[in-house]
Design a protein around this ligand. Structure first.
Ligand SMILES: NC(=O)C1=CN([C@@H]2O[C@H](COP(=O)(O)OP(=O)(O)OC[C@H]3O[C@@H](n4cnc5c(N)ncnc54)[C@H](OP(=O)(O)O)[C@@H]3O)[C@@H](O)[C@H]2O)C=CC1
Ligand SMILES: O=C(O)[C@@H]1CCC=N1
Length: 274
């Protein structure tokens, strides 16, 4: 029988994972999502056919897995509200919140619960997600396998053995989709300046990213080698890539990802248990 999975929060990230799970064959009737507002839940129910509930406690009562998918800022209130039910029920808990440490989450939920911290990303919606997972000591091998199965239904899963590495995962893949969307915007704008219709430039940029990603995934060659294969000596790509290198693109990416990971650590401090 499929695991009964309850999502606390039905926003961008929860919807992305739910959509991917359903496309992958998880029965909609075994999935519940909660939100404080019925008006918000109605379209989620309509779209995915899942169960919805405005009462978090009622929604976790029969769950095998509880996915905490609210904003970090409301997580404490949500965890404290679920504390008694979770302590009785002891489901596998998966938090997708950026920053918030297992120590804080455990403290808010009363401690000692099987908790996986996960950093997923929104391409889960199309089955192309990438998630980093970290398990606390309370998580059994079977529960690790359950978490892997749930997240693998919507994409790639990588376990990390040190919790702090989740901040690095956030900087690479959690926030990563936004970097590529920004690149699409920039390429579209530049394509328009070069005379292309916006829609044409956008479609070409997106398809090019898809092709490059598929090639990099399927090829034995490194990204550097693949890049050099596009760069004919004295040709057009060489000129463009030289420009990007000279303008400091690598440094910009490194600084941006440092800022991202630092923000995750900052959020852990701002919102942490004390
Ligand atoms: N978006 C992303 O790309 C990623 C997000 N994350 C993490 O996922 C989590 C959610 O982010 P995201 O989906 O973007 O945020 P959203 O704001 O889209 O979703 C949060 C959801 O939680 C609901 N909510 C608020 N309070 C409660 C409550 N007390 N009980 C139940 N539900 C509640 C909100 O309802 P309402 O709108 O009515 O308040 C909303 O449906 C965050 O912790 C974030 O760090 C992780 C990886 C990637
Ligand atoms: O921006 C954020 O805080 C969340 C976490 C990773 C992606 N979105």
């Amino acid at each position: 029988m499929a695991s009964r999975v309850t999502f606390i929060g039905a926003g961008n990230m929860a919807s992305a994972i739910i959509g991917g799970m359903i496309d992958n064959g998880h029965p909609a009737t075994a999935i519940t999502a909660t939100s404080p507002s019925d008006a918000f839940l109605a379209p989620v129910h309509e779209r995915y056919g899942i169960r919805t509930n405005t009462d978090n406690q009622a929604a976790v009562r029969d769950a095998d897995i509880v996915v905490l998918a609210v904003k970090p800022q409301v997580m404490r209130e949500v965890c404290e509200g679920l504390r008694d039910t979770l302590q009785r029920q002891r489901p596998l808990i998966i938090s997708v919140a950026a920053g918030l440490t297992a120590e804080s989450l455990q403290a808010w939920m009363g401690g000692g619960l099987p908790l996986v911290r996960c950093m997923p990303n929104t391409p889960s919606l199309v089955g192309a997600g990438a998630a980093g997972l970290y398990a606390t000591a309370e998580v059994s091998d079977e529960q690790r396998a359950q978490a892997t199965e749930l997240l693998e239904a919507v994409g790639l899963v990588e376990w990390v053995e040190q919790e702090a590495l989740l901040d690095a995962v956030t900087a690479v893949s959690g926030s990563g989709p936004a970097y590529f969307f920004l690149m699409f915007e920039a390429m579209e704008e530049a394509g328009v300046k070069l005379g292309l219709p916006a829609e044409t430039a956008r479609r070409l940029a997106i398809q090019t990213a898809l092709g490059a990603a598929r090639m990099a995934q399927q090829s034995e060659l490194t990204p550097d080698r693949l890049k050099r294969n596009v760069m004919s000596p004295g040709g057009t790509t060489e000129r463009a890539v030289e420009h990007m290198e000279q303008a400091g693109l690598r440094g910009i990416v490194a600084d941006a990802m440092d800022a991202c990971a630092a923000r995750a650590r900052e959020m852990a401090e701002e919102l942490g248990q004390r």
